[in-house]
Each structure stands twice: as C-alpha cells, then as structure tokens.
Design a protein around this ligand. Structure first.
Ligand code: HXC
Length: 257
C-alpha cells in the first residue's frame, strides 16, 4: 500500500510508520489520520508484526493538528464530521506502539504520541499543548492522557500556558520512558520494538490491554481483569513454549498463537 502522508516499512517483526509532511512539520490533517489509522490497523492484524514504531522527522514528530485545515470550520462542521474521532481507532490497537519523538510534539502531535504505549524521546524533543494560544483546548486526548501521565499540576501548567517542555522535563514527569541522543533515537526505538516483537504477540497484546485498563477502572476490577487474562493466556501455544523453553534452558521460539 502507498500512502500520501506517511511512509511505511517493515524491519523483521517491526512495522515503522514515518509521518511525512515535512513542509508542514508533520501537521496532522484528515489524510494523515486516515493514512496512519489504515497502516497501523493493517500492521496490528498481521501476526508477522509484533510492534509498531511511529516517528516523524528530526525537526518534528508532529507540530499539531493542521491549523490551516481546521481554522475556518464551524462547530457544526466539527460535530458533523466528528473531527479527529477516528484517531480512537489508532489508540485502541493492541499491538505495542512506540512513539519515537524528535523535535516538536505539540498539540495533536503530543496527543498522538500519548496514544502510543511507550514514548521514547530524543534529547531534542519538545512536548506541549499550545491549543490555548489558538483560543481552544486540546481535542485529541490531551486534557485526559496528559493529566494521567504527568499529574494535574504539570498538566494544568502546560495546558493553560501552552509552554513547551523539553525531553528532560518530560522524562522527569513520567511522560516518556527514556531520553536518548537524537542520532540514536531510531536505532533505540527499533531495538526496543524488535525486543518486544520477539515476545509472544498474544502476551504483549494482552499486556497492552491490561496495563491500559489501569487507566479505566478501579483497582479491584483491574486486578480481577488481570487475573482472568493471565489465566486465559495458558490457552496459548506460546505459554507452553515459553515455559518449556525455560525448563529446557533454551530460548523460546514463539509462534504467536
Ligand atoms: C498547519 C503548520 C503547523 C500546524 C507548522 N505548520 N505547524 N501548519 N498546522 N499545526 C507549518 C507552518 O505554517 C509553516 O508553513 C511550516 O509548517 C513551518 O513552520 P514554521 O512555523 O515556519 O517553523 P518554525 O518557525 O520552526 O516554528 C515551529 C513551530 C511552529 C514552533 C512548531 O510551527 C508552531 O508553533 N506551530 C503550531 C503549533 C501548534 O499550535 N500546534 C497545535 C495545533 S492545534 P509555511 O507554509 O508558512 O512554510 C491542535 C489541536 C488538536 O493540535 C486537536 C484536534 C482535534
């Protein structure tokens, strides 16, 4: 498949999606949303793919939703189109998604990174929710996901002032899991993704679902859910293989079934 606004490639069990609207700093328009959702959904459904890396350019992961596309829409347009609701289809995918962020991840760019399961940041990364400077608020999950990721104090600070946060502050506040030198960002992301991709896909997918449930539910219901999923994984070939390999002191060879 070829797409207008992204590049897609496969490296072993890793699918790599690169946002590719360099002239607009990867601003997210409707086409980008449709491209990313379609490409990521195809990778998610493929048992030969065990992890997805989403990245941008050196200068920008994505500088937000496309202001020029949105600017003249009315509230009625936005509601009728359910503007950008289709991103939910990306957030919902269960194949582990890694955002590899260099440069600007602003507005919808930051929100898109937060739809991923892991955010790796280059030391050049800048995160922010500048929507307030445009007379609006975040609309792709920022008020909810950023608050859960970094807590109310910092989320309010970022969302009300529109200021940018550097990679170091983003790591300190729990938004990103690692900061690496910009020139090794993609290698690190591919390494992490390959490692995850080598695990049993049913196991990693269920891990994504259960950890994500921690944001949606009570502790008691979450623990119950975890236990049910844990029990259920004993129906997979990969559980038998993983535990047999341990006992036989060899590396597991997962079939992702
Ligand atoms: C459309 C954008 C854009 C955006 C940059 N560009 N961001 N176009 N939407 N979000 C375009 C510029 O218009 C310019 O095009 C080109 O990309 C290069 O950008 P410059 O501004 O010249 O680059 P620079 O001076 O380096 O500044 C980088 C920047 C700045 C600080 C990231 O571009 C910026 O502030 N961008 C907007 C960030 C923002 O407010 N994002 C939030 C969007 S609202 P031309 O044609 O002039 O060369 C949002 C809501 C999400 O995300 C919810 C949706 C439902």
């Amino acid at each position: 498949n070829t797409y207008e606004t992204i590049l897609v490639r496969r490296e072993g069990r890793v699918g790599v999606i690169t946002l590719n609207r360099p002239k607009a700093l990867n601003a997210l328009n409707e086409q980008t949303m449709n491209d990313v959702v379609a490409a990521a959904t195809e990778l998610d459904r493929d048992s030969a793919i065990g992890a997805i890396v989403l990245t941008g350019s050196e200068k920008a992961f994505a500088a937000g939703a496309d202001i020029k596309e949105m600017g003249s829409k009315t509230a009625s347009d936005m509601y009728r189109e359910d503007y950008f609701a289709a991103w939910d289809g990306f957030a919902r995918l269960r194949t582990p998604k890694i955002a590899a962020v260099a440069g600007y991840a602003l507005g919808g760019g930051c929100e898109l990174a937060m739809m991923c399961d892991i955010i790796l940041a280059a030391d050049t990364a800048k995160f922010g929710q500048p929507e307030i400077t445009l007379g609006v608020i975040p609309g792709m999950g920022g008020t909810q996901r950023l608050t859960r990721a970094v807590g109310k104090a910092k989320a309010m600070d970022l969302i009300l002032t529109g200021r940018q946060m550097d990679a170091e502050e983003a790591e300190r506040s729990g938004l990103v899991s690692r900061v690496v030198p910009a020139d090794s960002l993609l290698d690190t992301a591919l390494e992490v993704a390959a490692k995850i991709g080598g695990m049993s896909k049913p196991a990693t997918q269920h891990a994504v679902e259960t950890v994500s449930a921690a944001y949606e539910t009570t502790l008691a219901a979450g623990l119950q859910y975890e236990r049910r999923v844990f029990h259920g994984l004993f129906s997979t070939k990969d559980q038998k293989e993983g535990m047999a390999a341990f006992a036989e002191k060899r590396k597991a060879n997962f079939s992702h079934e």
